[in-house]
Design a protein around this ligand. Structure first.
Ligand SMILES: *Cc1c(COP(=O)(O)O)cnc(C)c1O
Length: 367
């Protein structure tokens, strides 16, 4: 069902019969008459290629409106526009470093309070709700610890206290989970990752069900101009066609690798939720992370995820660089933690590359 929807996502009602969506580069649209519009006036407000992506994506998510943005961060910024000084947002403790940095800025500059809470502990979250609490912000698979949070009780809690539940679903995608159908209010993705899927588009997307929220976000989207270009919108739709195949394969490779890594003496800890292609490894202190990264021949030392290639990131100095050391400590982000985005290569090539890179990175002990 979902596979069919994905494979045929770009089909339009175009009178030409085109199978792939046309890319409308035009920024301006002719008006038939004073006071009339074709529905398109100016590309920041609405563009046919972007609309085609947004409409098909909203359907995929079980939402009513999607907003394609110029990056995942601008998707989060778009959502931040809903808050005013004094509002409080409860944020799941373990999250993407760039989000932490943006929230920190909003707190200092605009007085919106972001309170970090351990969402694995429901009572702890309840304790932090005040009359000023406006929203809950959750990455259901935490980053980089890869712990899956059971989000369902929070949907109920949100309804009770009239909060917005915001889900950053970047790691799961609508193929593996559709939070809007379960009770979330806002879902966002860094579409740069699995949605685009080929490490060649920077993009984000925000999806909602509620029409009032959609209207508000639509206004901000046009106002701040963090909109996605027609070409990038096309590429996202193209990426979606194979999302299921790519994710199935990444997940299969990641599961095998997680199991194998649990048997290696070079690895002290394997952090894997059992879902998606994302996994973190804590190397044993007898191994040199720098050497390990240098020794890789197939896996690539680079900072992103969700593409066809296996990428390995070092959160300590990359994704989480702007997090203060004591905050990193609390989240187990140390100099031995690496994060892997497992690609769709031959599993045996990935495994043997990691094993050879580890074997050649053992620190010589001079006695
Ligand atoms: C990458 C990422 C972001 C930021 O997205 P960009 O497209 O890099 O701006 C936000 N959240 C998560 C979970 C991410 O992995």
């Amino acid at each position: 069902m979902k596979e069919t929807q994905l494979a045929q996502i770009s089909l339009t009602q175009d009178s030409t019969g085109a199978i792939a969506n046309p890319i409308y580069l035009s920024t301006a649209y002719q008006h038939p008459q004073l006071g009339q519009s074709t529905g398109y006036d100016y590309t920041r407000t609405k563009n046919p290629t972007r609309s085609a992506f947004e409409e098909s994506f909203a359907k995929l998510e079980g939402g009513n409106a999607s907003f394609a943005t110029s990056s995942g961060m601008s998707a989060i910024q778009l959502i931040c526009k809903l808050f005013k000084p004094g509002d409080e947002v409860l944020v799941a403790f373990d999250l993407y470093g760039g989000t932490f940095r943006l929230f920190d800025y909003y707190e200092k500059q605009y007085g919106v309070r972001f309170i970090y809470v351990e969402f694995l502990n429901y009572e702890e979250v309840v304790k932090h709700i005040t009359p000023n609490t406006k929203a809950l912000f959750i990455e259901p698979i935490s980053n980089p610890q890869m712990i899956e949070i059971d989000v369902t009780p929070y949907y109920v809690l949100s309804k009770k206290h009239k909060l917005l539940t915001i889900i950053d679903n970047t790691f799961l995608t609508p193929y593996l989970s559709t939070p809007l159908e379960e009770g979330a209010d806002i879902v966002l993705h860094s579409a740069t990752k699995y949605i685009g899927g080929h490490n060649d588009v920077l993009a984000g997307v925000v999806t909602v069900k509620d029409t009032e929220l959609a209207e508000q976000l639509g206004q901000f989207h046009n106002m701040i101009g963090a909109t996605l270009s027609p070409l990038d919108s096309y590429l996202l739709q193209r990426g979606l066609k194979t999302l299921h195949l790519r994710l199935d394969r990444s997940q299969q490779n990641a599961r095998k690798l997680a199991e194998r890594c649990r048997t290696l003496e070079a690895i002290d800890e394997v952090l894997y939720s059992g879902k998606t292609g994302m996994l973190s490894l804590r190397l044993n202190k007898a191994y040199d992370v720098g050497k390990f990264l240098e020794n890789l021949e197939i896996c690539i030392f680079a900072e992103s995820l969700g593409g066809t290639e296996t990428l390995i990131t070092f959160p300590y100095t990359q994704t989480h660089i702007d997090m203060p050391d004591e905050e990193k400590d609390k989240r187990g982000i140390d100099e031995y933690l690496i994060r892997l985005s497992i690609g769709i290569e031959d599993y045996n090539d990935i495994e043997s590359d990691i094993i050879q890179a580890l074997e050649n990175s053992k620190v010589e002990v001079i006695s």
